[in-house]
Design a protein around this ligand. Structure first.
Ligand code: NAD
Ligand code: MG
Length: 384
């Protein structure tokens, strides 16, 4: 039986975690749950699983929850960090979105926990630091991102020098075959219609620019200790092969499954065991063919941005994430166009003077500066 804290219980990955816990009642027990402000969804989920401690980042939502929930209600960033380091929990499922996920990841690793990490932003913001903290305190990160869960399985603990390259696949997003000259006019509705995965809004927008895949290059770089020039991306529209590893002897290993986030989540929780599940199986004889192609640079600005941030080093990936988070918010609000999204992010990255990531304050300060710079640039653009 694993005792788990579920951070981000009301989101898309959170919903997958709840489904798994329903199937594995004898193996997964939630001891706490957290969300931002949706107490109306969090309280019933906590009640369903007999959870006695919850946290809401938003103090007003926490106040509402105190009136309806019988257990303990924590609030704010500190509340989430407390759940992440709670002695009652062995595994922290971090399904938060955005930079809000970093504090809980750090708190959990410092407390020596296993983190089933969906919040890739944690690694983008402070990957090197997280690896060091995990090593020092005995914590571990098991990636929930499907590609990285796939890589973890393909690698099977192989040393970095046994690896020639890691390959992450990308669905290509909603605009894979759309005429590139029409992309600038893409609307939020079009962007939010992902062909193979159903996910939260931020990551769905990031799939259309391939920024999500760019973040995944950063994630793989730190989680597996492989330099960026040995991490490649291939567009694979069927989303069946999630990752491949080519070893130095020429052998390649790939991981396949239907696109369903419950599977990588289950792997991150059960590892090193495998638990028999009722998840839908992949019928390889029914596959119509698997295609792999190099990404078209005109449709994948996010890849170049991520490689640039990695080359700049230090706080540059944190600035990239923060600028993108703001740009996505402005795009969804109709304040900037689709092509402005990555263009503005690129401007912020170009201006950024990277500092070494020695502590979380360096990351937080880069995050704040990049956000405010992006909002300023967007405002001055819309005045023109
Ligand atoms: P989502 O938007 O559906 O859910 C986000 C959750 O985080 C919600 O529970 C929300 O309440 C909480 N939250 C948001 N902002 C918060 C804040 N400031 N403080 C505290 N809680 C906050 O997002 P999602 O699609 O479930 O994605 C979660 C994470 O998993 C992201 O990092 C995403 O990149 C990653 N991921 C998601 C998928 C997917 O299929 N959805 C796949 C791979 C990776
Ligand atoms: Mg992914």
């Amino acid at each position: 039986m694993i005792r788990a804290a579920l951070l981000g219980a009301t989101g898309s990955i959170g919903a997958s975690a709840l489904e798994l816990a329903r199937e594995f009642r004898g193996r997964i027990r939630f001891v706490s749950m957290a969300a931002r402000s949706n107490d109306a969804a969090l309280v019933p989920a906590a009640e369903e699983f007999g959870v006695t401690r919850i946290a809401l980042a938003d103090p007003e939502a926490a106040a509402r929850a105190r009136r309806s929930f019988r257990g303990e209600v924590l609030e704010g960033e500190e509340g989430l960090a407390r759940l992440a380091s709670d002695a009652d929990a062995d595994v922290i499922v971090n399904a938060l979105v955005g930079s809000a996920g970093l504090g809980p990841t750090v708190a959990a690793l410092q407390a020596g926990k296993r983190v089933a990490l969906a919040n890739k932003e944690s690694v983008v913001l402070a990957g090197e630091l997280l690896v060091a903290i995990a090593k020092e305190h005995g914590g571990t990160i098991l990636p929930v991102d499907s590609e990285h869960g796939g890589l973890h399985q393909c690698l099977g603990g192989a040393a970095p020098d046994a690896v020639r390259r890691l390959i992450l696949t990308a669905s290509g997003g909603p605009f894979l075959r759309r005429d590139v000259t029409t992309l600038r006019a893409a609307t939020p509705q079009e962007v939010l219609r992902h062909p193979t995965w159903s996910m939260g809004e931020r990551i769905t927008v990031d799939c259309a620019t391939l920024m999500n895949k760019g973040f995944e290059i950063v994630e793989a770089r730190w989680l597996f200790g492989i330099p960026p020039e040995r991490i490649e991306v291939l567009v694979h529209p069927q989303s069946i092969v999630h990752a491949m590893v080519e070893f130095v002897d020429g052998s390649m290993v790939a991981q396949l499954s239907r696109p369903d986030m419950r599977l990588p989540l289950l792997y991150a929780m059960s590892y090193p065991e495998r638990w028999s599940s009722s998840l839908p199986r992949l019928d390889v004889t029914a596959l119509q063919g698997l295609e792999f192609e190099a990404p078209d640079p005109a449709r994948s600005p996010g890849l170049g941005l991520a490689r640039k941030a990695l080359a700049l080093g230090g706080t540059a990936p944190a600035a990239l994430n923060a600028a993108d988070e703001e740009a996505v918010r402005l795009f969804l609000a109709g304040a900037i166009g689709f092509e402005d999204l990555t263009r503005l992010v690129d401007e912020v990255l170009d201006e950024h003077r990277p500092a070494a990531v020695t502590d979380l304050e360096a990351v937080r300060s880069a995050d704040r500066r990049a956000r405010s710079r992006l909002t300023d640039l967007a405002a001055s653009r819309s005045r023109r």
